[in-house]
Design a binder for this molecule. Structure first.
Ligand SMILES: Nc1ncnc2c1ncn2[C@@H]1O[C@H](COP(=O)(O)OP(=O)(O)OP(=O)(O)O)[C@@H](O)[C@H]1O
Length: 624
């Protein structure tokens, strides 16, 4: 078999699935015992979403069950009266009150059923909204580095699809179980009233089916876990084939057929697995049904024995048959509800696990507020990305004073962007310390640290908003100081906006039919405007002009210099002509700080910086 094109065939399962593996391997009893915790999660969410609708749904579904049970008892009464000894017309007339009760109870049940369905239909969107809002609130606060952790990203994706959907469906299952349990109790009790032996006999027919359904659900879940990485790769392959970002290159590189083939390869593996599981499930269900059939036969045999021995009168036998059939069907309905709930509970756990992990990866608010720092110090700071053995930064020590322009220089992958994220508290060092005014950044409230920073990135956020709001997003609650138009003027974004059909009110997104997109360099100008508008004491500019033309780049650096007064600027760029005026140039090589000083000092040193600078400068020197 050829090597896979998208990802690798067998990847390690994320750590969060370990618990699921334990669940998947546990026995039926253990599994059923886990149900209440799933139910309580869902009920709590429903309660949180709407107390009124939750109570109403619960009352209505139990009441519908009671009405059905009442109808069942009335039906048994009708049969008993009809089969009693005496002339038939007399029996028919005698049974009329019970018939009326049967009609009334089933009509009431239909009414209550419709009301319960309506209440549930109203409750479910509320629950979904609450679950979605809770997830979004939790995930949007998680420490930035979590998004570099593929396990977390995977859990997030699973939760957004299977997790939240299963919450909705388990509400329906819980309500169904509530109603059918009442029905079940009534039918088993009425069978037991006719003869105590009949009550347990009813159960014989249902337990094997219950085992079979639980086993089948577990098989499906084990397969879901095993196929997790392949499903992920399938959705990635699908995205590659259909996304706007890859559309041009896929066509130009004539890679369409190769990608289609890869999609087919992965989907065939998934289809084969789905067929395998379906066959296994069918076998298990069949075994369950056969045993259940034998159980039903045994029930009737017991009834026959009771009749034969004279322990049960013949008129009551008809009622007993009805009660047994109804009890069996009520048990089956309950069991189907439990089966759905069991399946859903497994997925609901994804939701709770995501919340648990997100909360564990969120720093709690603390009282200490970060100042606009007069001095930033790094003390042997190191950093490793999750799951990576080699550190991206090693023992970096550095001091930056307020108002300095510090340029971070080095080859691709040398650690410049990572260092900028450490300086600004976006990442926490995995070794050493980063301090603002002598206080470890970990001791400050996270939000207060972010209040002090502005980020201008090479590939900036492209907010699907108007041009005006794209700049305003820099500090959305800003009420005073510089206006959006001034920031646009300073950054050179004004020229871009002037060409837009609706100026500042043009929607910058192709996601909407009235929107339009910008070029890479134009987006960068908007991003610089946003950074200027934010007006924070520390400005990080990470290759902000890489996609700009020479004129725009010159204008941006001019305005950064002009606006720089008092602001600490961390500048990352490969164009060394722009760093000559920096107060400090920090040269990184494979995560280590190898040189540090001003342009003149480093040129005099004749090391890495001098080599790179001379190389770039020579490109502009006419060859003789
Ligand atoms: N999300 C990530 N997960 C794992 N490793 C990463 C991640 N991001 C970066 N790295 C690794 O960390 C190292 C430093 O990356 P960083 O982005 O800081 O380099 P850089 O100097 O800014 O590079 P460039 O000039 O190309 O932007 C590199 O070896 C890179 O492969």
């Amino acid at each position: 078999m050829s090597a896979p094109l998208v990802g690798v065939d067998e990847v390690e399962l994320p750590k969060w699935t370990e618990i699921d593996q334990q669940v998947a391997n546990a026995g039926l009893w253990h599994t059923l015992r886990a149900l209440p915790s799933g139910v309580s999660i869902v009920l709590r969410l429903a309660w949180q979403a709407s107390k009124r609708l939750t109570l109403l749904s619960a009352i209505l579904s139990v009441a519908a069950g009671c009405a059905t049970a009442f109808g069942l008892i009335a039906t048994a009464d009708v049969l008993t009266t009809l089969l009693a000894q005496g002339p038939t017309p007399t029996q028919v007339v005698a049974s009329l009150p019970s018939v009326a009760l049967v009609v009334a109870s089933f009509s009431l049940r239909a009414l209550l059923d419709s009301a319960s369905t309506a209440a549930l239909a109203l409750l479910r969107p509320h629950v979904e909204q609450t679950a979605q809002e809770t997830v979004h609130a939790a995930v949007s606060q998680v420490e930035l580095i979590a998004f570099e952790d593929s396990d977390y990203a995977d859990l997030l994706r699973q939760c957004m699809t299977a997790g939240v959907r299963s919450i909705e469906s388990s509400i329906k299952a819980i309500s169904g179980i509530g109603g059918s349990l009442v029905y079940l109790i009534a039918s088993v009790v009425s069978a037991g009233v006719l003869h105590p032996l009949l009550a347990p006999v009813v159960l014989i027919a249902v337990i094997p089916n219950m085992w079979a359904y639980a086993r089948a659900a577990k098989l499906a879940y084990v397969s879901y876990l095993a196929m997790l990485s392949r499903s992920r790769r399938l959705s990635i392959a699908s995205e590659l084939l259909t996304a706007r970002e890859t559309a041009a290159e896929m066509r130009a590189a004539t890679a369409r057929l190769a990608l289609l083939e890869e999609y087919r390869r992965i989907s065939t593996m998934l289809t084969d697995e789905a067929v395998r599981v379906e066959l296994k499930q069918t076998r298990v269900r069949l075994i369950g049904r056969i045993i259940a059939g034998v159980g039903t036969g045994a029930g009737y045999a017991v009834l026959g024995v009771l009749l034969h021995a004279g322990w049960l009168a013949l008129p009551l036998a008809g009622a007993a048959v009805v009660a047994m059939r109804v009890a069996t069907s009520a048990l089956m309905t309950t069991m189907m509800g439990v089966k759905t709930l069991y399946e859903d509970t497994l997925y609901v756990k994804l939701y709770t696990r995501l919340l648990e992990i997100s909360r564990a990866r969120t720093r709690s608010p603390v009282a200490a507020q970060a100042p606009a720092p007069a001095v930033i110090t790094l003390e042997e700071a190191s950093f490793s990305y999750p799951g990576q053995d080699a550190p991206a930064l090693r023992d970096v020590s550095l001091t930056i004073t307020k108002g300095q322009v510090v340029a971070l220089v080095g080859e691709n992958g040398s650690g410049k962007s990572t260092l900028a994220k450490l300086i600004t508290g976006l990442y926490q060092p995995t070794g050493g310390r980063v301090c603002w005014d002598g206080v470890d950044l970990a001791e400050f409230d996270e939000e207060s640290v972010y209040q002090q920073i502005a980020l201008v990135l090479q590939d900036p956020a492209r907010w699907p908003m108007t041009a005006h709001d794209n700049i305003r997003m820099g500090r959305i609650d800003r009420r005073d100081g510089m206006s959006v138009a001034e920031a646009a003027r300073e950054s050179g974004a004004e020229d871009v906006i002037a060409e837009l059909p609706n100026g500042y009110q043009t929607l910058l997104s192709r996601l909407f039919s009235s929107g339009r997109d910008l070029s890479g360099g134009q987006w960068q100008r908007i991003s610089v405007a946003r950074g200027i508008y934010r007006d924070a004491p520390i400005l990080v500019v990470d290759e902000p002009t890489a996609a700009m033309d020479a004129k725009a780049e010159h204008a941006v650096f001019e305005s950064l210099r002009r606006l720089g007064g008092g602001r600490t600027t961390i500048l990352i760029t490969h164009r060394l002509a722009n760093v000559q005026h920096a107060d400090q140039i920090v040269v990184l090589d494979q995560g280590k700080l190898v040189e540090q000083g001003t342009h003149h000092e480093l040129m005099a040193l004749g090391g890495t910086y001098a080599g790179l600078f001379t190389l770039q400068a020579s490109a502009y020197t006419p060859r003789t």
